[in-house]
Design a protein around this ligand. Structure first.
Ligand SMILES: Nc1ncnc2c1ncn2[C@@H]1O[C@H](COP(=O)(O)OP(=O)(O)O)[C@@H](O)[C@H]1O
Ligand SMILES: [Mg+2]
Length: 281
């Protein structure tokens, strides 16, 4: 196995950075944060005046945001409005041009508790399913422990028994399940999902929404999903943010019981309100 290639793929596919390898220890060594941690396995997010520019092009215009631990947030907005840019900043893959980002009140060294999942599963075709999941483990562990962690993550996503398969024999939905297992295997406190279900057929998409929701309920991490699909946002999120003109233009609480029933008129009303605002973007 080419370890360098694997590490590189792990970095680009799932890891924010290896720079914060000790961040979990670092975080728990602080009184206030260990208290948060004892209450919730989900991270707190605090953004103050976050600006991101690419050359002359200013994409994010000063975002202020507070997210409570364990909240499920959905971000919607027109294509090109900066949704992926914001997720990359939260993952620590890029830095703001101005302003500050704190995860669990830490302004640096938090990347290790964050995982990012994309629309494409980004699996390593020459590695079996189990090894692809192990790529998500950052800390050194012995082989048996790695296998066990990967096995448990595969059980979580309903793929037990598929560990020895090659990615090529899996369906699109199954590949996304492997990508989800790879993101979950390190027990992130913040899971970022950038249009993770966008390439799936309608039925598989609904199944995956249910899976993401049940794993989130079970684990209690903070989740942020970017989606084009407003009904998906209403089905999953506690809170929906609409990005427009580099700012949070709408911040809507979705206070509906779970699991949410499709066709619920209250969900339809929220969806209508967001779509109406989206059309004015
Ligand atoms: N690395 C980059 N260099 C230059 N421009 C970028 C870069 N990343 C994103 N952009 C620009 O920032 C804007 C927002 O992009 P993005 O965050 O990907 O939008 P969204 O995910 O909402 O569709 C786009 O105009 C895009 O071209
Ligand atoms: Mg995007």
């Amino acid at each position: 196995m080419n370890v360098n290639v694997l590490e590189h793929a792990a970095d680009s596919a799932t890891r924010a950075s290896s720079a914060g390898a000790d961040s979990a220890t670092h975080v728990s060594s602080r009184g206030a944060d260990s208290a948060t941690r004892a209450i919730s396995p989900g991270a707190t997010i605090t953004l103050r005046g976050v600006v991101k520019s690419f050359g002359e092009h200013r994409v994010l215009h000063g975002i202020d945001l507070d997210v409570d631990p364990g909240t499920f947030v959905a971000i919607v907005g027109r294509s090109g409005c900066g949704k992926s840019t914001l997720l990359r900043l939260l993952a620590g893959l890029d830095r703001p041009s101005n302003g500050s980002i704190a995860i669990d009140r830490q302004t640096q060294g938090w990347q290790d508790v964050v995982r990012l999942m994309f629309q494409e599963p980004r699996l390593l075709p020459w590695q079996r399913v189990t090894s692809n999941v192990e790529v998500g483990l950052t800390h050194a562990r012995d082989k048996r422990d790695r296998r066990q962690q990967a096995y448990e993550a595969l059980v979580q996503v309903g793929l037990d028994g598929r560990g020895r398969d090659w990615p090529a024999v899996l369906s699109g939905g199954q590949k996304q399940r492997v990508a989800l297992a790879r993101a979950l295997v390190s027990h992130p406190r913040l899971l970022l999902l950038d249009e993770p279900l966008g390439a799936l057929d309608a039925l598989t998409r609904i199944e995956m929404q249910g899976l993401v929701e049940s794993v989130w309920q079970d684990k209690g991490f903070t989740a942020i999903v970017v989606t084009h699909d407003v009904s998906e946002a209403v089905a999953l999120a506690d809170r929906i943010l609409l990005l427009d003109d580099g700012k949070v233009a709408l911040d809507v609480a979705v206070d509906l019981p779970r699991p949410r029933r499709r066709g619920d008129p209250r969900a339809a009303a929220i969806e209508g309100r967001i779509l109406e605002r989206l059309l004015r973007c």
